[in-house]
Design a protein around this ligand. Structure first.
Ligand code: PLP
Length: 386
């Protein structure tokens, strides 16, 4: 049976009749599950990833979320974690052995890069490539075990041809994983393009209300079961039932919210395009003509974008950010609220330029307040810094 994304986000995986008709599934706030007799207990323990034994295994509230995310991604199975980084580290710790090599493609989230760098103490090496397939061919080695991708990235929002990557990886027997947080499975379903694993920070659009941190990994039974046993149960980054409840609640409105984030973001981009003060704007919607694969790969665009203030440095970026009032200053993105941040600091301009990032780069997470308010706020900030 096939379900629409909207059905999955709302009713899929839930059965009010088994929780006394409650339309909102209960929060199973419990660390352990008790058994009627010792035999049942022993039997359940034989397969802890299927049976409710201990909440550092499976928990019914978390399990509802896992079923929905697996269905949305068109994967067989999902495991949730206490954070996106919990999910990412579980993948690395489970799949990588000493002596393995990893290829990282596109702009990768900073802490993920730090983690892979840290794994060098276990003799795990890595190569970075931007987004050209020819470069990927060049860096693959006999010991390449994993190709890890972000598309779109979350600073310059660059995209890569996902199917071309998985086709190449399959010819070489390399596992492929993608951080799909930017798009969510509503706008991009990487498993249908051949990826083995799709990873999420649920903290962003899926939670959607900036009140919870969580992560998830979706893939086939064999891979997710292996990750469950080692990277999840033994590392112990467990998503609590209360947090799973909040993320489930966020998920119910995800398709609607994303449509609105997209609508607002496209209007804001339109406005920014008219500003002399701006050198470049970065959002996948602006490069769809350059990359024909995008039409097949992405069904829509969320609200994370960046732009470069012309001839800007730390001081001018600071002045612009401080002049905003609707946009709150903060890390993270994907919530209901508009946020602003920038990578520039008072001591890193040279390093940014070396990494191909302009000191004038500013990132906006376009929230749900409405494009008119967002544009008014940007406009008054441009006036203030004139
Ligand atoms: N992946 C991306 C693209 C992110 O932006 C983040 C957090 O900002 C993460 C992963 C990590 O997620 P979390 O903060 O939930 O650990």
């Amino acid at each position: 049976m096939t379900y629409t994304d909207e059905e999955i986000c709302t009713h899929f995986g839930e059965d009010p009749q088994i929780y006394n008709g409650a339309i909102s599934p209960p929060i199973y706030q419990t660390s352990l599950f008790a058994f009627r007799n010792f035999k049942e207990f022993i039997d359940a323990q034989k397969l802890e990833r299927e049976n409710y034994v201990y909440s550092r295994g499976v928990n019914p509230t978390v399990n509802i979320l896992e079923k929905k995310l697996a269905a949305l991604e068109k994967g067989e199975k999902c495991k949730c974690f206490s954070s996106g980084m919990g999910a990412i580290s579980a993948v690395f710790f489970t799949l990588l052995n000493s002596g393995d090599h990893v290829v990282l493609i596109n702009n990768i989230y900073g802490p993920t890069t730090q983690l892979i760098n840290y794994l060098s103490k276990f003799n795990i090496t890595y190569s970075f490539v931007d987004h050209h397939l020819t470069d990927i061919h060049e860096v693959i080695k006999d010991n390449t075990k994993l190709i890890y991708v972000e598309s779109p990235g979350t600073m310059l929002m660059k995209v890569v041809d996902l199917q071309a990557i998985t086709q190449l990886a399959k010819t070489k027997g390399i596992i492929t994983a993608i951080d799909n947080t930017w798009s969510t499975p509503i706008f991009q379903k990487p498993l249908t393009l051949g990826f083995d694993l799709s990873i999420h920070s649920l903290t962003k659009y899926i939670g959607g209300h900036s009140d919870v941190i969580g992560g998830a990994v979706v893939g086939n039974h064999a891979l997710v079961d292996e990750i469950f046993e080692y990277g999840y149960q033994l590392n112990g980054a467990v998503l609590g039932a209360h947090d799973a409840f909040l993320i489930n609640r966020g998920l119910r409105t995800l398709p609607l919210r994303l449509k609105q984030h997209q609508k607002n973001a496209l209007k804001v981009i339109d406005y920014l395009s008219s500003k002399q003060e701006i050198a470049n704007i970065y959002h996948p919607s602006l490069v769809k003509e350059d990359y024909p694969f995008l039409e097949k790969q992405m069904k829509g665009y969320s609200g994370l974008l960046s732009f470069e203030l012309r001839n800007a440095h730390f001081e001018s970026v600071s002045r612009f950010i401080d002049a905003l009032s609707l946009f709150e200053i903060g890390v993270s993105w994907g919530g209901y609220e508009s946020l602003v941040t920038a990578p520039v600091k008072d001591d890193n301009e040279e390093q940014l330029i070396e990494n191909g990032i302009s000191p004038g780069l500013i990132r906006l997470s376009i929230g749900l307040e409405g494009a008119e308010l967002q544009i008014n706020d940007l406009e008054q900030a441009f006036h203030q810094i004139k």
